[in-house]
Ligand binder design. Structure first.
Ligand SMILES: [Zn+2]
Length: 609
């Protein structure tokens, strides 16, 4: 086997692993190391086989396969498990008793045990696990069970039957004999693995080493451009937060044709997938996802809400803090892009105005708070929940709250502090002290510490409450105001979301022509105006004008194809634009320029830490 192993784990863990390996091979080793072997068994059938060697210990053990990992959604990975069995060291079968659909109990394991199972992995994207003839990408939490009693003990993983010519890239710590180590299960499943014939690059910046792994068609990207973008982002981010809590970091990119989108943050890496057209035709999308995921290494991975720890892999982990952990990560990403020269004032203000419009257009902004939206993250997989009448996005409102908090902090501190000082304070007082912050109260604590002012009103009204954000009040300090406009849009009268068979109707507007024509929630759209409803379906819909006739072929929930025809209606959409206030003062201009740099206007004499 031609297996060239390439990794980039944090160097400070290497020594510990060298020691651990020695202990594991010593005859009377008492160190409880769990060993995993992942066999790339059948690429055509997307099947991998996992073997877990449990060290000696209690006679009775429990093993759990997570029901979620990475994405805040219960995905019940056990549904992909084909079979599981356990043996003792001598090869005699041990009883493996299912306790739930995702948990098993083994008896007679006192001298150690061998657990084997086969699992189907064919979920693409940075949150998934996939094995096919092209590559393997693993979110390990989707395929590795953990021994419940030793979840916080060291784990070692190796890969078997790696096809000729494929290499392994992962932020896990590299060990001899092609093995990889993690201090515990949480760290193991916080480390994505790419196995295949990928391209790679690396660079040093500010004392750290960065590796870039790209699995895509060579014609779809330019590695030198990606490196150039990354250098700017990592330099701007580390200087903005004034910290670099790692020596090695890995960017893992996939640029697939067809459905893609998203990134997944990890402590020492990120996995990002964007459509193949993005790197060359819309690099700003790649820049924005990358800046967001990179900043997550602080915000959410290290500046971490108390409610997400310890991770409970058996059920939903409810937190009110995603407006901050996700939304304010986007606020920070914009600041990083501004500082890196990847975003200018005009585009930044245009994005801000359109984010305000996005929130305003959702009637649920008056019924669901940013904290409630965070709690309800677990419902987001459902199209009915995602309707504008039911929910807002904690990304959208959270990003806006980050902007508003930045402006409020500047106002309350008379320009002496900004969102930067809030993040630096949380990094110093929580992340660096290995403490988790108490959700919104922790953000308030930081904002009040750097302003020496009471900011309770902000959190009561806009974070826990659903008060309209008075943008002109917040923006006045930087000399801007919000101009409202209307745009008349074609409206087909329904909302659809992607489903396995094609777009499925999630809701039909009451009183619309679509409703009169007989379109029903749950209908699957097969054709629009004679064309198969595929990936370009939303584009097809967006090109319709009011008054056009739309002909749709649908399949009902109980089967039976119907052809429906109706006239496209119209609706008014709210639009915003940011403009200078009348009589812009020098003071407003000075504060705006500090705001656009993400810096305090007046440097603090004493460090806020
Ligand atoms: Zn995020």
């Amino acid at each position: 086997m031609n297996l060239s192993v390439a990794t980039g784990g944090p160097a400070r863990r290497t020594l510990r692993f060298a020691l651990l390996l020695w202990m594991a091979s010593a005859p009377a080793a008492s160190y409880a190391v769990t060993n995993y072997t992942i066999t790339l068994a059948h690429p055509e059938q997307h099947l991998v086989e996992v073997q877990i060697i449990l060290p000696e210990g209690p006679a009775q053990r429990e093993l759990q396969l997570p029901v979620w990992n990475a994405l805040y959604q219960v995905r019940d990975f056990a549904k992909y498990l084909n079979w599981v069995r356990a043996k003792d060291r001598a090869g005699r079968p041990l009883t493996m008793h299912a306790l739930t659909s995702s948990r098993w109990q083994i008896t007679g394991a006192d001298a150690g045990a061998l657990v084997e199972y086969q699992i189907f992995v064919d979920s693409p994207g940075p949150f998934g696990a996939q094995f096919n003839s092209h590559h393997a990408f693993f979110n390990l939490g989707q395929l590795l069970m953990y021994p419940v009693e030793v979840r916080s003990s060291p784990m070692v993983v190796r890969f078997n039957k790696v096809p000729e010519g494929w290499r392994i890239a992962t932020p896990l710590t590299s060990m001899p004999e092609g093995r990889f180590g993690a201090d515990n299960y949480d760290q193991l499943v916080d480390s994505p693995v790419e196995i295949g014939d990928f391209k790679e690059s690396d660079f040093d910046e500010g004392g750290a080493h960065y590796r870039v792994i790209v699995d895509a068609e060579a014609a779809d990207y330019d590695m030198a451009k990606i490196d150039g973008m990354l250098r700017k982002i990592v330099a701007a981010a580390t200087s903005w937060i004034d910290d670099r809590p790692f020596d090695n970091y890995m960017f893992l990119y996939h640029f697939p044709r067809g459905l893609a989108g998203g990134g997944m943050e990890h402590s020492y890496s990120t996995a990002i997938a964007v459509h193949a057209d993005v790197p060359l035709q819309a690099p700003e999308v790649l820049e924005s996802v990358t800046a967001h995921e990179f900043f997550h290494l602080w915000n959410v991975k290290r500046i971490r809400p108390r409610t997400l720890e310890p991770v409970d892999y058996t059920r939903e982990n409810y937190t009110r803090a995603l407006w901050f952990s996700e939304g304010c990560t986007s606020t920070a990403a914009d600041i990083i892009e501004l500082r890196a020269g990847l975003l200018d004032e005009r585009h930044f203000e245009r994005q801000l105005a359109s984010a305000i419009a996005e929130l305003e257009r959702r009637p649920a902004h008056l019924t669901q708070s940013a904290e409630e939206s965070s709690l309800d993250a677990w419902l987001e997989g459902d199209a009915y929940y995602r309707r504008p009448e039911r929910s807002i996005s904690y990304y959208n409102k959270g990003e806006l709250l980050g902007v508003a908090l930045d402006l409020a902090v500047r106002e309350a501190s008379h320009g002496r502090a900004s969102l930067r000082e809030v993040f630096q304070w949380m990094n110093q007082n929580y992340a660096k002290k290995d403490r988790f912050f108490p959700d919104s109260d922790g953000v308030r604590e930081a904002a009040e510490a750097v302003t020496h002012a009471d900011l309770g009103w902000f959190f009561v009204k806009y974070v826990a409450g659903t008060d309209e954000i008075p943008w002109d009040d917040f923006l006045r300090g930087v000399g801007l105001r919000l101009i409202e406009g209307r745009n008349t849009l074609a409206d087909a009268g329904f909302v659809a979301s992607r489903n396995f068979d094609g777009p499925m109707v999630a809701s039909v507007t009451a009183g619309s022509e679509a409703e009169r024509a007989g379109l029903q929630t749950g209908d699957t759209i097969l054709e629009i105006n004679g064309k198969t409803a595929g990936d370009e379906f939303s584009q097809e819909i967006s090109q319709l004008s009011a008054g056009d006739t739309i002909t749709v072929k649908v399949k009902g929930r109980r089967g039976g194809d119907r052809e429906l025809k109706w006239k496209v209606g119209s609706r008014d959409e709210i639009l915003y634009e940011l403009r200078d206030v009348d009589h812009l003062t020098a003071e407003q201009q000075a504060r705006r320029s500090a705001w656009l740099k993400g810096e305090a206007q007046i440097p603090q004499e004493t460090n806020p830490h």
